[in-house]
Design a protein around this ligand. Structure first.
Ligand code: 5CA
Length: 438
């Protein structure tokens, strides 16, 4: 992508409405614009990141045996009356009446709709287990939407639902999602800690929140210090095997949100207990037959008897993650994207646009990167070098290749790593091979 044509409305000044760094940087870097309270448009740079995050989530869901479908945003109130949640959900639910006076709603979550799909399509125990997910916009009319995409009213969620015959099957599904979540967040450069959590309006009795520690987080949490050094990507995962040992390893140490915090249980941890603020990026629930019973979702067992389905649901805040990643990866100059979610891998800076040698070298580098399938943003504008540097740092691409007349005289360009700040002078070929081989 050429910067001269790219729609990237960056802001020089800090926007007054942004209270936390991720919100400020997302506005300044031209990633989002507010449409109304808690509702945002995603501009091209922001959308690229959102899609990358979505893709990591999707890859890990697929690897764990979860199948993607897509349910609508608008649902019928009738299903929610069946489960009893239509009235329970209160003012957070956006209620809509259509032209035929039918009660509809903008889905805040999808337990009812997926249970309806399931009960109408699956008859036999032979069709179980099943894990299904979608990535779809949700609406919750939050009392206090704030912090940009962190607590929006409209937000993108990945929600999965598991269907099993019995508790041990449901526990296997829960464990598969638990492990997939650890991997998902780690691949985005986040140290997510699974914590015992309350189930709230979803219900059920087993639940974990996945929390990123951050001063700007809205959750109060308590956990063992050792979690900070756990590596979720160290083990090879076989989803067909027994995942309980991995889940045990991540749940043996104390970690709880404030609703579940128990001072007595935590006391022996002593100085190793961290009390911190955190951002909830995922939340998983096992709720057994709660919805199956209310909505009569059964299958026929091997002996012909009707069996209630055991279910769980598993959410990830996809749009919230974009903010959470920035909270964890930034400095005074701007965002520092982890490679896997970066909007472009490389920023190519032409220090003297219009100068024959510089233009020629940049065009060659640009063509080679594009041909190699590397996402590159080429700053080909006639702008001051300082402005180009500042903008590249602000938008946080992992690598910068800086091309100027002085370097070209001796056949070198500069390669800068955004995270470490390290700069090296290299030949064009060496610079290219450094950014193409991860
Ligand atoms: N049905 C269950 C699991 S699919 C569910 O809705 N869980 S949830 O309420 O915990 O939401 C799942 C995830 O969505 C949360 O962990 C959080 O990361 C994200 N989320 C929830 N509310 C918001 C919001 N207002 N803005 C941005 N993200 C949100």
């Amino acid at each position: 992508m050429r910067r001269s044509i790219f729609f990237l409305p960056t802001l020089k000044e800090d926007p007054a409405e942004a209270q936390i760094v991720s919100h400020r940087l997302m506005l300044r870097a031209g990633m989002i614009r507010q449409a109304s309270a808690g509702i945002y448009s995603w501009l091209p740079l922001g959308l690229r990141v959102l899609k990358k995050v979505e893709n990591v989530v999707r890859e890990e869901q697929d690897a764990a045996g979860c199948q993607e479908l897509l349910m609508p945003t608008i649902q019928s109130a009738d299903l929610w009356r069946e489960s009893g949640r239509y009235d329970d959900y209160g003012k957070e639910m956006l209620r809509i009446v259509d032209r035929h006076d039918r009660d509809m709603l903008y889905g805040p979550t999808n337990e009812e709709l997926i249970t309806d799909i399931f009960r109408n399509s699956v008859r036999s125990y032979r069709d179980l287990p099943k894990l299904l997910y979608h990535i779809q916009w949700k609406f919750r009319d939050e009392v206090r939407p704030r912090f940009g995409v962190m607590r929006g009213r409209e937000f993108l969620m990945k929600d999965s639902y598991s269907f099993d015959l019995n508790y041990s099957g449901a526990r296997r599904s829960y464990n598969a999602m638990f492990v997939a979540y650890l991997r998902t967040f780690a691949r985005m450069g986040l140290q997510a800690i699974p914590m015992q959590a309350d189930t709230g309006p979803i219900g059920g009795d087993l639940s974990h929140e996945f929390i990123i520690l951050a001063d700007t987080g809205e959750s109060e949490v308590f956990c063992h210090r050792d979690f900070l050094t756990f590596d979720a990507l160290a083990a090879d995962i076989d989803y067909a095997g027994d995942l309980q040992p991995i889940v045990d390893q991540w749940t043996n140490l104390y970690a709880a949100t404030d609703e579940k915090h128990d001072v007595k249980t935590a006391e022996p941890i002593g100085d190793d207990l961290l009390q911190a603020k955190g951002i909830e990026v995922g939340h998983i629930f096992y709720f057994g037959t709660k919805y199956a019973r209310a909505m009569n979702a059964t299958v026929t067992g091997p002996d012909g008897a009707e069996l209630m389905i055991e279910m769980g649901s598993y959410g990830i805040g996809v749009s919230r993650l974009v903010g959470a990643i920035i909270e964890a990866h930034h400095d005074d100059a701007g965002i520092i994207w982890p490679e896997n979610v970066a909007p472009f891998s490389v920023g190519l800076i032409n220090l003297r646009t219009g100068e024959l040698e510089c233009d020629r070298a940049c065009e060659t580098i640009y063509d080679k990167l594009c041909a190699g399938g590397i996402d590159v943003l080429y700053d080909d504008r006639e702008e001051r070098a300082g402005a180009k540097f500042a903008e590249m740092d602000l938008i946080g691409l992992p690598w910068q290749i800086i091309v100027g007349p002085r370097g070209l005289k001796t056949g070198v360009v500069e390669l800068k790593n955004r995270e470490s700040g390290d700069r090296e002078e290299l030949s064009v070929d060496s610079a290219l091979s450094r950014v193409t081989i991860p």
